[in-house]
Write a protein that binds this ligand. Structure first.
Ligand code: GTP
Ligand code: MG
Length: 139
């Protein structure tokens, strides 16, 4: 059993997609171990996306993810990292297949509704950036 970190980005929150997105993960059988809405500080956003520092889209990305609240969650299940990446689809909403979250809800590469960790190591790192230990429920 594995944990991953998922974050509904500001465009997803503003468009009222929180329930729709969480419902997909619940129906899939993933277990929600933590769930929180918050407005990211610049520092938190830069920590979450530290691997993209220096890339041309970095400033735009940080401005975007701090522009409105996000909803973060810890999901647990067998191979949760790769299962969730499959469910969200490729980065570019225009290329993401229908049936995936980005394929169904995004038309942009930058504003693409959702983030998910791309490895178990990154998941543990990102969970620590977003959640305090006592916000993760053992059930
Ligand atoms: P995340 O789950 O958010 O990490 O997306 P990803 O793993 O599919 O993509 P990646 O880690 O390569 O990029 C992180 C985020 O930066 C993307 O989800 C986009 O929001 C943004 N991003 C990536 N490439 C571009 C780009 O070329 N232009 C813009 N504006 N944003 C980009
Ligand atoms: Mg990524």
């Amino acid at each position: 059993v594995q944990r991953t970190f998922v974050m509904i980005k500001p465009d997803g929150v503003k468009r009222g997609l929180i329930g729709e997105i969480i419902a997909r993960f619940e129906r899939k059988g993933l277990k929600i171990k933590a769930l929180k809405m918050k407005k990211l500080t610049r520092e938190e956003a830069e920590k979450l996306y530290d691997i993209h520092k220096g890339k041309p889209f970095f400033e735009e990305l940080i401005n975007f993810v701090t522009s409105a609240p996000v909803v973060g969650m810890v999901l647990e299940g067998d191979e949760a990292v790769s299962v969730v990446r499959l469910m969200i689809g490729p980065t570019d909403g225009r290329k993401a297949p229908p049936g995936t979250i980005r394929g169904d809800f995004a038309l942009s590469i930058g504003e693409n509704v959702i983030h998910a960790s791309d490895s178990p190591e990154r998941a543990e790192y990102e969970i620590k950036v977003f959640f305090k230990d006592d916000e993760i429920i053992d059930w």
